[in-house]
Design a protein around this ligand. Structure first.
Ligand SMILES: [Zn+2]
Length: 272
């Protein structure tokens, strides 16, 4: 029993530790203004348009909800930067983070999500091999060092845009962070303080803890680490399937598992 008790705290630490990279999500990221979404999507992602281009009758909560929830529909103050703040040109590409006409960095538009920043379809599996190149391309345009001689306003825009692109890249390239983020985009929050209740997982947690504590050498720790890696891949695939099938509870379970296994790997890495 003592051992079980011991596990509660570390596990909530686990979740807290796993979340910082995604906690800074802006509230507007979870809110949807469908008119603007459709406009943004239709100008950039032809494959996604169909998903959102329902007739008005079809825009029901049933179609838009995830796990019986509905997206929050709000009137966004500003859905995207309509024109360049500097030269007043209309954007030639979406998302509009940078003006190609006058080469000035635009203010952050929080209605643009991380997937849109990289021109990705909003789905869990990322198949874009060019993600890193796209990330570097953005940084070549937005990096604060590139605007050091410009106005204070633009330097601030560059600092914010650059930080957001880094955060977007970090979030999307990490399977766990990406899972939490994509659920949040659907209006589903993952409670980081939620305690583990599944008996099966509790037993497993105890066994893994014991194995880590009893590991005699780095070889034994490496073995546990690769077993955790396999579990991470397995639960990441399960999350993908749960998300595709809009099974909210299953998706949450997958996130809890991934959070735990990642934490074990972090602990092992410290010991190695
Ligand atoms: Zn401009």
């Amino acid at each position: 029993m003592d051992k079980t008790k011991k596990l509660w705290k570390p596990f909530s630490d686990v979740l807290r530790k796993a979340l910082p990279s995604t906690c800074r999500l802006e509230a507007s990221n979870y809110n949807y203004n469908f008119t603007s979404r459709i406009r943004l999507l239709s100008s950039s992602f032809s494959s996604s348009v169909q998903e959102y281009s329902f007739g008005r009758r079809q825009l029901s909560s049933e179609n838009l909800g995830f796990c019986g929830r509905t997206f929050c529909s709000v009137t966004a103050e500003k859905v995207h930067n309509a024109t360049c703040w500097n030269c007043n040109e209309a954007p030639k590409a979406v998302p509009f983070l940078f003006c190609n006409s006058c080469r000035s960095v635009q203010p952050v538009d929080h209605s643009v999500d991380y997937f849109q920043i990289f021109g990705l379809e909003k789905k869990y599996e990322i198949e874009d091999e060019n993600l890193e190149r796209k990330y570097k391309d953005w940084q070549k345009k937005l990096h604060p060092d590139l605007v050091h001689s410009k106005s204070k306003k633009e330097r601030e825009y560059a600092a914010e845009q650059s930080a957001r692109v880094i955060e977007a890249y970090r979030t999307l390239t990490n399977p766990l962070s990406r899972a939490i983020y994509i659920l949040r985009l659907e209006g589903v929050e993952v409670n980081e303080e939620e305690t583990v209740t599944e008996p099966e997982l509790l037993t497993e947690i105890m066994e893994i803890r014991e194995a880590v504590e009893d590991a005699a050498d780095s070889q034994a720790l490496n073995q546990i680490q690769s077993s955790m890696q396999e579990k991470l891949i397995h639960w990441s695939n399960s999350f993908a399937s749960a998300f595709r099938n809009r099974k909210c509870d299953e998706a949450r379970i997958c996130i809890r598992r991934m959070t735990y296994y990642r934490r074990v790997n972090e602990e092992i890495a410290k010991k190695l």
